[in-house]
Design a protein around this ligand. Structure first.
Ligand code: ATP
Ligand code: MG
Length: 288
């Protein structure tokens, strides 16, 4: 049965709204029958794979950044909504065996990398779950640099020179999640991401992780996210409140294909932050 995207995911009361990250997920019945895609079909973090603890991974201590709300403001509405997003994704995982998740958005600057890092932190629960974030925006990577990590190669080198991705991971402390940085591509990033090497990287990583999140470039100006969405179990579309135009959201959903989009994360919605602050009296949004 075709999914009626607009009636299923409009900004109205039919949708469960939760905010930064406010998640507009498809109703359960729309995801239950979705077949798993072949890229991670054989993978499970517990199946015969050496535990991550047995593999030597560099641990790096990162400074809590202002937008890392689970660390900087764990009682605030942003952290609260991220926990809700985590809960909804875990429910979906129970239904669909969801493991790899693309994080994309219609336009540049909607908040993909911010949501991806926050969500990886939320899902990892300080190391209780094995969570990997892959920086697959090879045009304008921002995560590794924003976290102050030294450049030591990453996804680009795995795709171009068949480097072992496990050897280039960093474990981010105190977040408890892992990062495969973008690295520095020599050849065309779009072609690299479309290559068979990407599937091979995913195959070698997926046995080690409960979740693999993939931060990508925006959908409308580039084809990278669309091609990557075919190699993962589902995609989340980040849109920025009061900024991402509605027709850009429609265009992004149509480019990705509605069946590949699990839901929409509404980033930076001030309206619900104010409601939360007033309702629960924490007043976090009045603080500076
Ligand atoms: N909820 C938020 N509130 C305030 N600022 C935010 C929020 N989310 C993101 N930002 C800021 O907006 C800018 C863009 O965010 P981010 O880099 O996450 O977007 P992006 O979609 O990954 O961008 P790009 O398309 O360039 O990769 C950053 O400076 C970030 O700190
Ligand atoms: Mg980004």
């Amino acid at each position: 049965m075709p999914i009626e995207w607009k009636s299923a995911l409009s900004f109205d009361e039919k949708i469960q709204m939760i905010n930064f990250a406010q998640l507009l997920l498809k109703p359960r019945h729309m995801t239950r029958e979705r077949p798993r895609l072949p890229s991670t079909e054989a993978a499970s973090s517990t199946d015969n794979a050496p535990s991550l603890r047995q593999i030597s991974v560099e641990h790096v201590h990162v400074k809590p950044r202002s937008r890392l709300v689970l660390l900087t403001d764990p009682k605030g509405s942003g952290a609260d909504r991220l926990r809700l997003l985590r809960m909804r994704l875990r429910e979906l995982k129970d239904l669909t065996k969801l493991q790899s998740l693309l994080i994309t958005s219609p336009m540049p600057g909607d908040g993909k990398s911010t949501i991806a890092l926050n969500l990886a932190t939320a899902l990892a629960e300080r190391g209780k779950r094995s969570v990997l974030l892959i920086e697959a925006d090879l045009y304008h990577p921002s995560l590794a640099e924003g976290l102050g990590l030294e450049e030591r190669g990453g996804l680009a080198e795995c795709l171009e020179n068949q480097h072992d991705p496990m050897s280039l991971l960093r474990c981010l402390e105190p977040l408890g999640c892992y990062l495969l940085p973008a690295g520095k591509p020599v050849s065309n990033p779009t072609e690299l991401l479309e290559s068979e090497s990407f599937s091979s990287v995913m195959r070698s990583l997926s046995p080690h992780f409960d979740w693999i999140l993939i931060d990508t470039p925006p959908v409308i100006p580039l084809t990278d996210a669309v091609s990557l969405s075919r190699r993962v179990d589902g995609s989340l579309l980040v849109v920025r409140a009061d900024r991402t135009p509605r027709d850009a959201i429609d265009q992004a959903v149509s480019l990705l294909g509605p069946k590949h989009v699990l839901g929409i994360v509404l980033n930076a919605s001030d309206r619900l932050n104010k409601v939360y602050s007033k309702y629960y009296g924490y007043g976090h949004y009045d603080k500076k």
